[in-house]
Design a binder for this molecule. Structure first.
Ligand SMILES: *Cc1c(COP(=O)(O)O)cnc(C)c1O
Length: 468
């Protein structure tokens, strides 16, 4: 790529007086912008011709990695299957041009999508009612905890302020509890990665009257199925608390088991993970919340109208296109793919918890620690081979966590390709550790200083100029 012509910043391509637009004829009459709202100085905008703008952004977009470019083994928060038909459905003008305030008799179809999606989610989860209002998984957690809080308050049970969260939980769990004004207590994990029932017993006997809820992810963030759910559910319910299910990654459960049947009272689902909708950079998402019968009157108003409607359309299209029969294959296939990779790599990567996993699993770095090559280095080296990095340094249970989720829709050849690259990196680490430690070498930008970028982010052109 010619860097003079396609500079990194549109500002660097600017030529004074150059124009790349023509405004359409004004069809709306004249409107004078009030004096006090007018800009005092000229906006410092880049001035470029049309083709320069088009090429600049097209070239930038080619630096993006997405599920349409390559394999994306990001554990936990991965994008699962995003069929293009769902995009087509969400962009139908009859849906896209709706306004939430238009007369109800003109929006019956959209309402039907919402109602039928909620019905399908009830069927898939074994719960009684869903709200589509939350905009993300974390927003769903907050909504669900608000339901739980209001339920306890409705019974005059005001002292219930504690939320039990396993130490393997996604960081949003304790954060949502705190935002909801509740207090988090951690329950330990056993060496096998599942909840320590003895520690939970202790918490329940010490502070049973104060327990509002227990939040669980199942399969948990290590990809392990919590086999003690009946005992856990009984302990918490006997204390008077409710069971919350983090269903952000529901794909391993589809067709296999239902949170409602396991005794959970409230849950959220990330439509943008399990039920298509490509997401990134913080959106768009939807975190519908489902509840057991008798809790639906406690749904709070957490957003206006119907949440992220376009995400709901994609989810409904996904469910319809798989249908009752094929949606049952999602969980087993996700599980098969994850176990296939785990078994093919566990002789060169450290597998701290062996055994059957569900949709994902966690390595604790390379098996051979003598090379000094870390999980970070492996992740960076994967970029050189054209793969998205897995989730790294999460969960916090291990020092060198490398969390891999292949998803249900990848071919055996794709997965074999990933396995051979991961093995090659393990060989590189032995033969030439520096090569791996200084990766990536083939990307537009080399290794960045994460800490500096997080603590002193330079996100504007002007600041960057001053800093240079
Ligand atoms: C992604 C994820 C969340 C949070 O969802 P957001 O939409 O990112 O807010 C919560 N729990 C688990 C297990 C997740 O993987």
């Amino acid at each position: 790529m010619n860097n003079k012509l396609y500079g990194n910043l549109i500002f660097e391509l600017s030529q004074p007086g150059r124009k790349g637009y023509s405004l359409p004829r004004n069809r709306f009459g004249n409107y004078e912008v009030p004096q006090e709202l007018r800009r005092k100085e000229e906006a410092d905008l880049p001035e470029c011709d049309e083709m320069t703008v088009v090429r600049h952004y097209t070239n930038l977009s080619a630096n993006n990695f997405g599920v349409d470019n390559g394999f994306y083994p990001l554990g936990s928060c991965t994008m699962k299957y995003n069929p293009k038909i769902n995009e087509e459905m969400a962009s139908l003008p009859q849906f896209q041009n709706l306004h939430p305030l238009q007369p109800a008799e003109t929006t019956r179809g959209a309402e039907a999508v919402c109602t039928l999606l909620c019905k399908a989610l009830c069927e898939l989860t074994g719960l009684h009612a869903f709200t589509l209002k939350p905009f993300a998984g974390a927003h769903g957690e907050l909504t669900g905890l608000m339901v739980i809080k209001r339920y306890h308050e409705s019974r005059g049970d005001m002292a219930r302020k504690l939320v039990i969260v396993p130490d393997s939980a996604h960081g949003t769990n304790p954060a949502s509890a705190a935002v909801c004004g509740l207090e988090v207590i951690e329950v330990k994990s056993l060496a096998d990665g599942t909840v320590d029932l003895e520690d939970l017993c202790r918490l329940c006997s010490e502070s049973g009257d104060a327990i509002a809820a227990m939040m669980m992810t199942n399969p948990n963030t290590l990809g392990l199925f919590e086999r003690q759910i009946p005992a856990i559910e009984k302990l918490i319910h006997d204390c008077g608390g409710l069971m919350y299910y983090d269903g952000a990654n529901l794909n391993p459960m589809l067709g296999a088991a239902r949170p409602g049947d396991m005794g959970f009272d409230v849950m959220h689902i990330n439509l943008h993970k399990t039920f298509s909708t490509p997401h990134g950079g913080g959106g768009p998402g939807a975190g519908p919340v489902g509840v057991r019968k008798g809790l639906e009157q406690f749904f709070p108003e957490v957003s206006p109208y119907h949440g992220n409607f376009a995400v709901a359309i994609r989810a409904y299209a996904y469910i319809l296109s798989l249908g009752r029969e094929h949606i049952k294959e999602v969980g087993p296939l996700a599980t098969l793919n994850a176990n296939y990779i785990k078994e093919a790599l566990k002789d060169v990567y450290e597998l701290p918890i062996d055994g059957l996993c569900k949709h994902e699993f966690v390595f604790d770095g390379l098996k051979d620690k003598s090379t000094g090559v870390t999980t970070m280095d492996v992740a960076k080296r994967l970029l050189d081979y054209g793969y998205h990095a897995p989730t790294i340094y999460f969960p916090l249970l291990f020092h060198e966590s490398l969390m891999i989720e292949p998803t249900e829709n990848e071919s055996k050849e794709t997965i074999d390709g990933f396995i051979s690259v991961m093995r090659r990196i393990a060989e590189d680490a032995k033969a030439d550790p520096e090569l791996v430690k200084s990766a990536p070498h083939n990307t537009p930008i080399g290794r960045v200083d994460d800490v500096l970028a997080a603590k002193h982010p330079v996100v504007t052109w002007r600041q960057m100029k001053e800093n240079v």
